[in-house]
Design a protein around this ligand. Structure first.
Ligand code: MOS
Length: 716
């Protein structure tokens, strides 16, 4: 059937849900027409640490349309953490409004429920809080180093002997790299519509992981998981901020119970700075030792970050330093400062995005010290074994990425000596960096429903609770069904994001594509196998799906499937790899610079749809460029609020900032990773981009930029 060749796995088809999105028919969480719905607005604290001493709700309660003002005084008692510094997870409980204690500026201290959104917003401003401020609030990272502790998550690591490695080195690079707080700002605001019926919760919520969201609601309210349904059919971006269930969602569920009506909470853009997670500030100290011939002898990566005063999150910045290069002596350590700022959490490529900025900048510094080409230096230290896990990589084409990228980019034209490539006022520089991203794959259930239509064609519906956070899940799952059922993609429907559907790990950590598609594959294979077995048709006999249903004398058939990592998978390290190349032009007088072009070469297993995959990589490159040119959340040092709290002051790249981008995927199928040969790409694209730009700036100017973002005044 030649149609399948056009729509099956690997084809660059348009997004199957694209027309729904551009015509406004795709329903996002806040768009479901739930009857009798009311609106709620969260109120944020205006101190960083202390206690609420009084609350006056009288003015707010008098307003038209106001149904309820909820504060710690009248909130439902929820499950709270049993210990201080609980590690935050994607299914964590999210207790809120449980006491008069304030832990950070912007923490929710109340909620107003009203008939309309405007009434709720207005009345929320009329609730008066008086606070007793605790002057011991920790809001200055730089002045709080002495408070740092080693996190309890056991992620400190070493192999070999770092001191010995350094003593064997001819050259040592020892530098510190700083990255600021950054925020993920998906276009779709966090939102939920929650309701109760007969003790059961129904929630339309913008979440990346539906199953974990049901766990979070059920465990926070101490009700059975089966009594919670979460629907997250379309998600307008997540980037990690929607991995876990945030507290606005719990407030909505609580309010719905209290007022006995469905309650909608849509978090404001400003609240997305204080209440939906962020990437924390990192100070990363790198030490690298190498022989004169470029052989690495030692590598250490020390990260100092911050967490909140009641929950622990550590971005695994040292991840890349443990596995990317062939270095016998290696040390990765972490320290955290508890601060009166909201708990940080995963933001796109947590660990790699920031860790690779430090590692790949330091590698460039060492190459320069050694007077070696930075590509040759990386290739010299390549390894096919993951020395951290002490097992082989399932596949690793990093050297190929570097070589092919160099060729495509025209690396041979790079001048070794900074400041020597000039065009008028412009100083031109080339930079390179290597990228790696863990490519996990997790147990996924899926269901397929086959219907023989009157026109003789079979229509297939695939169901699973997985989500499409803008990544293209709907499309690649439809392509998978098309491939394994041998029917055109037009005859496939995909239904996602409902906790009534089979359980998946959700969208996060770059495991979505491999997990969802292998889950769908398993269901489709089981369907075909079941239909053949029923009629004693040999499995290798090629029979069209419609014919199979006819021979079974049935018009509809259902099958379930499950895919999970094989034993072989566990014996290998499965990572995606890539290389970033970048050309920047720096104005020698003003420090203004332009990213002129970028080349990204990725080795990420089977590419299911080059069009959606390309979208993932250019999105990642843009976010990586954002780290360099603009993104920084600034903490106000006296009160602990963020100064940057809208798009007017938190800058992200726009089209004019972005370069000509060339994305190349190496043809690859990693059958150790999974049966379909898929690896992850959602986070590979952002990884090490920042270093490639900073390295290009060094090559242009001779100035080493170790603090992000690199704003023009730093280059004068
Ligand atoms: Mo990702 S930071 O796991 O959405």
């Amino acid at each position: 059937m030649n149609t399948v060749k056009e729509s099956g796995v690997g084809q660059a088809i348009d997004r199957v849900e694209g027309h729904l999105k551009v015509t406004g028919k795709a329903k996002y969480a806040s768009e479901f027409p739930v009857e009798n719905k009311v609106y709620a607005q969260g109120i944020n604290s205006t101190i960083a640490k202390g206690e609420i001493v009084s609350i006056d709700t009288s003015q707010a309660e008098k307003q038209d349309g106001v149904l309820k003002v909820i504060t710690y005084k009248n909130a439902e008692k929820l499950k709270t953490f049993d210990k201080e510094m609980t590690a935050i997870g994607t299914d964590s409980i999210a207790p809120v409004l449980q006491s008069n204690k304030v832990n950070y500026y912007g923490e929710y201290v109340g909620l107003v429920v009203a008939e309309t959104f405007e009434q709720a917003q207005y009345a929320a401003r009329l609730v008066k809080f008086e606070y007793k401020k605790d002057p011991s609030a920790v809001i200055k990272f730089e002045e709080s180093r002495s408070k740092a502790y080693t996190p309890n998550n056991g992620s400190n690591y070493s192999r070999g002997d770092m001191q010995k490695g350094l003593s064997e080195a001819d050259m040592v690079v020892e530098q510190t790299y700083n990255t600021p707080i950054e925020h993920h700002h998906p276009m779709e605001l966090h939102a939920i519509i929650a309701s109760w019926e007969n003790g059961k919760v129904m929630a339309y919520a913008s979440q990346q992981m539906v199953d974990d969201a049901t766990i979070a609601i059920s465990s926070t309210f101490q009700i059975p998981k089966k009594d919670v349904r979460v629907v997250s059919a379309f998600v307008g971006g997540g980037f990690g901020s929607k991995l876990n269930l945030e507290r606005h969602a719990i407030m909505a569920v609580m309010a719905a119970k209290i007022v006995g009506r469905p309650v909608q909470v849509t978090v404001t853009r400003t609240q997305m700075f204080t209440n939906t997670g962020m990437r924390q500030q990192n100070e990363q100290k790198m030490r690298i030792g190498a022989k004169n011939d470029g052989t690495l002898t030692a590598l250490s990566h020390e990260t100092l970050s911050h967490t909140s005063t009641n929950m622990e999150y550590q971005e695994p910045c040292g991840m890349v330093s443990k596995m990317l290069y062939n270095v016998p002596n290696n040390e990765v350590t972490y320290k955290l400062i508890p601060m009166n700022i909201q708990t940080p959490f995963a933001m796109r490529a947590p660990g790699e995005a920031t860790g690779s900025f430090a590692l790949e900048s330091a590698m460039d510094e060492m190459a320069w010290k050694l007077k070696m080409d930075p590509i040759d230096f990386r290739i010299k230290n390549d390894t096919q074994t993951d020395l951290h896990e002490n097992r082989p990589f399932s596949s690793r084409l990093l050297v190929e990425c570097l070589r092919i990228g160099a060729d495509k980019f025209g690396w041979k034209d790079r001048k070794m000596e900074p400041g020597t490539n000039r065009k008028g006022n412009w100083l031109i520089g080339y930079g390179v960096s290597a990228a790696s991203r863990n490519s996990p794959y997790q147990k996924t259930y899926s269901k397929v429903i086959l219907d023989l239509e009157d026109d003789g064609k079979v229509h297939a519906t695939i169901q699973m609770d997985g989500t499409d956070i803008g990544t293209g899940s709907y499309t690649i799952i439809a392509q998978t069904a098309s491939e394994y059922l041998n029917i055109p993609v037009e005859q496939v429907s995909v239904e996602l994001g409902d906790s009534n559907f089979p359980v998946t790990p959700g969208s996060g950590g770059s495991w979505g594509a491999a997990s969802y598609c292998n889950g769908a594959r398993a269901a489709c294979e089981n369907a075909v196998k079941g239909l053949k077995d029923n009629r004693n048709i040999p499995q290798d006999e090629d029979v069209a799906l419609a014919e199979l249903l006819k021979r079974n004398q049935i018009k509809t058939f259902e099958a379930e499937g499950m895919a999970e990592p094989s034993k072989e998978f566990e014996e290998y390290s499965v990572f995606s790899f890539g290389a970033n190349f970048c050309e920047v032009w720096v104005d020698k007088d003003t420090g203004m610079y332009r990213i002129k072009r970028m080349v990204n070469v990725g080795s990420a297993g089977k590419i299911l749809n080059p069009k959606t995959a390309y979208g993932q990589i250019i999105g990642g490159l843009t976010m990586g460029a954002g780290m360099v040119i603009a993104e920084k959340t600034q903490v106000e040092p006296n009160f602990g609020n963020f100064i940057t709290r809208s798009f007017a002051d938190y800058h992200v790249p726009v089209n004019l900032d972005m370069a000509n981008i060339d994305v190349v995927f190496l043809p690859e199928e990693d059958k150790i990773a999974n049966k379909m040969g898929i690896k992850g790409i959602g986070e590979l694209g952002i990884t090490s981009v920042a270093a490639s730009i900073a390295n290009a700036i060094f090559n242009a100017t001779g100035k080493r930029m170790r603090d992000l973002p690199i704003t023009p005044e730093k280059l004068i």
